[in-house]
Design a protein around this ligand. Sequence first.
Ligand code: GAP
Length: 513
Amino acid sequence: MAKQEDTFKKVISHAKEYGYIFGSSEIYDGLSAVYDYGQNGAELKKNIREYWWKSMVQMHQNIVGLDASIFMHPTTWKASGHVDAFNDPLIDNKDSKKRYRADVLVEDFREKINQKIEKDITKAKKRFGDDFNEEEFRSTNQNVLRRQAEIDKITAELTRVQEENDLAGFKQLIEDLGIGCPESGSKNWTEVRQFNLMFGTKLGASAETATDLYLRPETAQGIFVNFLNVQKTGRMKVPFGIAQTGKAFRNEIVARQFIFRMREFEQMEMQFFVRPGEEMKSYEYWKETRLKWHLSLGLGNENYRFHDHDKLAHYANAAADIEFNFPFGFKELEGIHSRTDFDLKAHEEFSGKKLRYFDNEINESYTPYVVETSVGLDRMFLAVFSKSLKEETLEDESTRVVLKLPAVLAPTKAAIFPLVKKDGLPELAKEIVNDLKFDFNVLYDEKDAVGKRYRRQDANGTPFCITVDHESLETKTVTIRDRDTMEQQRVAIADLKQILDQKTSFKSWLAKL
Ligand code: GAP
């Protein structure tokens, strides 16, 4: 089995085994691309959301929060362009009967060529050691140049067929590249068709009076339609931002890859309203600020890269993705879009209500421009979880599975163990739990030998294990073991709060941003 696939399978099974993610309604054989977060998953997800929320809303005086409804007036989606343009190009394989997104087939093909370049670079790095100059290698090595030219050609044609909505051209591109069905290899394709991604539903007591509604495909529109409500009631001055987290729904054609592409998912979005003409400065600021937020989690700087869009969405004048090195390669994690005044203008037009801002400083009224940052919470979860899962070989040649989650995000901050189940050790351990539980998520565990308990918490992602032994009774000290280094230190029970606070609190991590 390919190494990537193998790693990904381990991620999925670990997520289930340790109560992070279950398939939805599993007892009925599940529902495709819909997942439930278990006892640990719900905590990890909540912590990611909170780290994002605090970094956006609490740390910025000019950003406030919002919690808009999932149901919105149906005209919202006409105005936003989603009814007419929120489509994906789909293609079916006639032999395997599998359905794919045409653009994803081409992108995956292109990424495979890119992986070959990266492989050549890794090999050359090993061969030349410290003398290796990556930039020079990229610009002179014949294999790399040939492959890069191939990638550029594919990108140009993909952009063209998308921009011109040339569906026949799309199919031709797939055929020209010799792309086969990823499941069966068959190249027997149907025509490419456009498919709207919004889920429809109905609101109303009877079939005759019911109104057609959509489940929101993004949270952003809830922010736009509330722009003036928030600006006026919060007395916000441009530039300012509105942040929101919440569920979004898309009838994805291909929803594989676990929680990477789901039909029901959660977004964390922020719309930053600026003076017209100042959007590019703000766009650059948010690109940099958001990347810094991701890097702060310590999952490895080499796992992130920017991808500037060649094809811009109907509302954007600049757009970039922060891509992450998922177990199946680099893919979009977050989008940063300069959305111009498209949305506010469209809502003005469709609602007939003014959505303008009077800027006292320049004595002018205008429709603000918007820079958006939009990250999928579930995708963040997958990024964090997959990169944290490690299999390590220890000095004594034994192996351990350890989930090195950033401590600020870990579901349980510390596990407290009595070394043995007697001599008053459980009582003292429980006393510590009862004291720490007001500030931290902690758990008590007395089952099995202490070594086994350590391994259980390693796999669970718990950054600290605190062991109460006989010495604890006399000296009021305990050992605290670090999940990542496995080092143990004896510390005073009275210092535990401060130690955990410094290592795991939002405050400590936000201060490093
Ligand atoms: N308001 C802009 C917007 O929705 P997007 O690029 O379509 O832009 C933003 O989505 C982010 O939402 C993506 O970068 C991704 O992290 C997440 N996302 C989008 N579709 C998703 C899906 N089907 N499953 C999980 N996450 C998704």
